[in-house]
Design a binder for this molecule. Structure first.
Ligand SMILES: Cc1cc2nc3c(=O)[nH]c(=O)nc-3n(C[C@H](O)[C@H](O)[C@H](O)COP(=O)(O)OP(=O)(O)OC[C@H]3O[C@@H](n4cnc5c(N)ncnc54)[C@H](O)[C@@H]3O)c2cc1C
Length: 479
């Protein structure tokens, strides 16, 4: 039977290495490539204008690539559970395909949509292609638990062998019997949203340095892969977190939205490494992709992964809950990330805060000392906080310490043009170390609360592979 298929794009905004899309094209007479503008994105996630722009760019690029295959992208507005029954009936759909997504919201959304599809007699096919491996398989290989150390992750991955090879994008040959029925009013009804429609003010935007989309992703990947020596010698953290132009690939937003397949990235690196001396995980570029896989696996295997409470491997610290301080800080980070990713953000924060995975809580970054060591002149601050750019280097990390006359000369008065600090680092860091110390002591005293009784977390404490942050610190000390 020839099918009428909907391929549902969510992440995975690409044609290359898209096995679910290829499954849609099998025995297909009509194809509807769909992206759903889900209000959940607006209401429950912290997405800033730059990430919206990236998404709009990625959708525009996808539509453009689909047109070259005589197809189109249908952007449908609404909740997936409300949209799909209508589409199934209207288009007489017989098959639905999508890329598997491990985020909790996505899993429950997909379960609901799958039930609805079955009620409508629609066959559902999903494929794994957002991660290097089937995450459930990694967990199975580790006796049903997420590995809590990078070493353990490496061991498991070794037993699984290299990730599957990516598959090519569909060609005109694959599309020869497939039609995408399009109406005159396609743009009006199913067009790519504008930033205005997304309630974003384009006037607030800066220059677009990293445009969204598969073509841009592949171009950037090609560019980097030509730098054989750089790729083979890549070692994080021998990179510069506060350099003015990026010292790493900046492929993460492309991988996050799935404009670039992680497996394509992995195999291209493998091709560059082939026959040459090269760096290895955890510091190499392969190693970076394995960090991604590590945090993804943890996010699937650990309940309440993005929270402290109810997260069984997270140290339970008695933090303050000052709403004013929280409001001053919390919005900012996630909202501004171009590559904001639920699993990676939660995982890296747990690591960095020594709540999970990494346990040297007595090491605390100072926003002042770190900057002074790594960027004496404050060029990074001057670029991103132009309000402070006229401050002498001496005060650039602590403008509140500058005499009034210096603030006046710099055209920026602290308390008026720039906020007063909300915390005194020297004081609060000590208080917090004490809090962490108590939490760790409590954890090891109470076996019920103590994940450290499990062998894998012990490995975490003693782990051989140094963390990115470990090494960053070492690098600082060497200077
Ligand atoms: C507190 C904190 C929060 C973070 N939140 C996110 C997030 O929301 N989304 C996100 O994509 N990354 C996040 N990261 C990880 C990391 O900072 C970025 O992935 C990396 O900086 C992206 O730059 P790049 O593409 O140039 O990386 P490269 O160094 O060129 O690495 C290549 C690829 O490896 C992966 N990768 C690299 N570092 C990490 C890492 N530490 N963890 C997981 N994957 C990694 C990314 O896919 C990246 O594109 C966070 C890190 C920290 C410390």
């Amino acid at each position: 039977m020839a099918h009428t298929c909907v391929h549902w794009f969510r992440k995975g905004l690409r044609l290359h290495d898209n096995p679910a899309l290829m499954a849609a094209l099998r025995d297909c007479k009509e194809l509807y490539p769909v992206f759903i503008l889900d209000p959940h994105l607006h209401n429950n996630t912290c997405v800033g204008i730059n990430r919206w722009r990236f998404l709009v760019g990625a959708l525009t690029d996808l539509d453009c690539s689909l047109r070259k295959l005589n197809s189109r992208l249908f952007v449908v507005r609404g909740k997936p559970e409300e949209v799909f029954p209508k589409l199934f009936d209207m288009w007489k759909v017989t098959k639905l395909t999508y890329e598997y997504d491990t985020e909790p919201y996505s899993l429950s959304r997909d379960k609901t949509v799958t039930t609805l599809a079955k009620e409508h007699g629609v066959e559902v096919i999903y494929k794994i292609s957002h991660t290097l491996y089937d995450i459930d398989r990694i967990i199975e290989e580790n006796n049903g638990k997420a590995p809590l150390t990078y070493n353990r992750m490496q061991t498991i991955v070794k037993t699984l062998g290299p990730p599957k090879r990516p598959i090519p994008a569909p060609t005109m040959e694959d599309m020869k019997d497939v039609k995408t029925p399009c109406l005159e009013n396609h743009k009006k009804k199913y067009g790519i949203p504008t930033l205005d429609e997304l309630d974003q003010d384009p006037a607030a935007l800066g220059e677009e340095q990293f445009p969204g989309g598969e073509q841009e992703a592949l171009k950037r990947l090609d560019g980097h892969m030509k730098r054989t020596g750089w790729v083979c010698g890549f070692e994080k953290p021998q990179t510069s977190p506060n350099s003015l132009s990026p010292s790493t690939t900046v492929l993460s937003p492309y991988v996050t939205f799935g404009c670039l397949s992680a497996r394509t990235f992995w195999w291209r690196l493998r091709d560059v490494y082939q026959g040459k001396k090269h760096s290895d995980p955890p510091v190499s570029l392969h190693g970076q992709l394995l960090w991604r896989e590590f945090f993804y696996t943890a996010s699937v295997g650990i309940p309440n992964f993005n929270k402290m409470e109810g997260n069984p491997v997270c140290t339970q610290v008695d933090w303050d809950a000052n709403p004013e301080y929280l409001a001053a800080w919390r919005e900012v980070f996630e909202e501004l990330l171009l590559d904001g990713d639920w699993a990676l953000n939660a995982g890296n924060w747990q690591w960095l805060s020594a709540s999970t995975f990494f346990h040297q809580f007595f090491r605390v970054y100072s926003p002042v000392a770190f900057g002074k060591k790594t960027d004496k002149n404050g060029d990074y601050i001057k670029k991103y906080l132009p309000l402070l750019k006229k401050f002498p280097a001496q005060y650039i990390y602590e403008p509140w310490k500058a005499p009034r006359s210096v603030q006046q000369a710099a055209g920026c008065i602290v308390g008026k043009d720039y906020p007063h600090p909300i915390a005194q680092h020297e004081v609060i860091s000590k208080t917090n170390i004490q809090r962490m110390k108590l939490a760790y002591a409590k954890r090891s005293a109470d076996p019920a609360e103590s994940p450290s009784k499990s062998p894998s977390i012990k490995q975490g404490v003693k782990r051989k592979a140094p963390s990115v942050f470990d090494m960053l610190k070492k690098k600082e000390r060497r200077k």
